[in-house]
Design a protein around this ligand. Structure first.
Ligand code: NAD
Ligand code: GLY
Length: 368
């Protein structure tokens, strides 16, 4: 029940990331971050049956006066839509949520992004506490305040920066996470190693079996290390005016793949977000080598590390390189008429490149 680790996110709106086993049962900890009386728990239909009643019961035990509503969306990226966002807003209206209300985002990154966006918009901004239950959400999406929904034209095109009031990551929930989702989360963990921490990469390679087996103590270390990396960057650059863009290594490629495939639903063959990022990071490394910025050997090492975690490293069959490039042009990181990508010079050293040659990108996409 006790938080075993805490990571502080500094900056204009500081908050704490609590990482520990059993934290969803700690109603006092969750309740401490709720200012008013109204709470809306947003979750999805795979996570809610496992954890929603437990969170509600724990909260009511600690704060019996709370009025707690729930809103459950279908699981999967295909649910991160404006329509579903509108329905979360409708639930806040039905709850009669006031300015001091709190949204609890109980689930993976899809729930976190959509619930966070609803909190950002309701009455121009109410509190959101992130309760991430997927590894990807614990190491990335719950931290840093990016909230959004997708459009058919592209990922995360409608959204807002809205930092959470707290992040409470119960590592016990990872025991029910499907193995494919665990691996997808590990792709984002590897991202931190790829952009800024060679020693972390070596540690990840060494602890591969423990991580893939879901060994709780090793996963907790990986989560804390990832959150420390992200906290350091978002504290300096909360709204991605500069270095925060480094956290998007592989994402422009990855988002293009997700958009071209029409977004994944549980059980579909489409790449899920972390898998698409894994492929995207390898493509970024290949492009860096093609542009003479890095060695091919580093790209091979990254592909090998991702492959060791059973993550995909090549573009799925049937996707048209020109169509992928068109999707990449709509990415939020671009400015008019130029493709802005995160590339690297060596394993653990990344940089933002503002005007990347499209012909080189197309060649990398065509090579797969
Ligand atoms: P997700 O939310 O779809 O969750 C993955 C799957 O695992 C879902 O089916 C979910 O129901 C299930 N699940 C989650 N926790 C579970 C648990 N403990 N037990 C059983 N099942 C569980 O996907 P994700 O990988 O968590 O997040 C991906 C999303 O996050 C994407 O939309 C991506 O764009 C977004 N993202 C946002 C940021 C950000 O900074 N805001 C960063 C990275 C990714
Ligand atoms: N996942 C990238 C970011 O939060 O900036």
């Amino acid at each position: 029940m006790t938080a075993i680790r805490q990571v502080a996110v500094q900056g204009d709106t500081p908050y704490t990331i609590h990482i520990g086993h059993g934290l969803l049962d700690d109603g006092a900890l969750i309740g401490r971050h709720i200012r008013g009386r109204h709470v809306l728990i947003v979750s999805d239909d795979q996570v809610a049956p496992l954890y929603l009643d437990r969170v509600r019961a724990a909260l009511l035990a600690a704060r019996p006066e709370l009025q707690i509503g729930a809103h459950v969306i279908p699981a999967g990226e295909a649910s991160k839509t404006l329509d579903n966002f509108g329905q979360v807003i409708q639930s806040l209206a039905e709850l009669g949520a006031t300015r001091d209300a709190c949204v609890l985002a109980l689930g993976g990154g899809v729930v976190g992004d959509m619930a966070g966006f609803a909190a950002a918009c309701w009455m121009r901004g109410i509190d959101c506490v992130q309760l991430p239950t997927s590894l990807l959400a614990m190491v990335d999406s719950s931290v840093g305040g990016k909230t959004a929904v997708d459009l058919p034209q592209g990922k995360n095109l409608v959204g807002a920066f809205h930092p959470p009031r707290a992040v409470i990551a119960d590592t016990a929930t990872l025991a029910t996470l499907p193995p494919r989702e665990l691996r997808a989360g590990l792709a984002e963990v590897i991202k931190y190693a790829a952009i800024r921490d060679l020693r972390f990469a070596q540690w990840l390679a060494q602890e591969r079996h423990a991580l893939l087996d879901g060994q709780a103590d090793v996963l907790a270390l990986a989560i804390a290390a990832s959150c420390e990396h992200k906290a350091e960057i978002v504290a300096r650059d909360p709204t991605e005016k500069g270095e925060r863009a480094l956290l998007n290594l592989g994402h422009t490629f990855g988002h293009a793949i997700e958009t071209a495939q029409g977004y994944g639903a549980p059980g579909s063959d489409n790449l899920i977000h972390g898998e698409a990022v894994a492929v995207g990071m390898v493509l970024a490394a290949r492009l860096s080598a093609a542009l003479g910025m890095a060695t091919e050997r580093d790209g091979d090492a990254l592909a090998e590390l991702l492959g060791a975690f059973d993550l995909p490293t090549r573009i799925p069959d049937g996707l048209d390189p020109a169509a992928l490039l068109a999707h990449m042009r709509l990415d939020k990181k671009n400015s008019a008429g130029s493709l802005r990508l995160i590339l690297w010079t060596a394993f653990g050293e990344s940089l933002i490149v503002p005007d990347v040659d499209e012909a080189a990108v197309l060649a990398v996409l065509a090579a797969g």
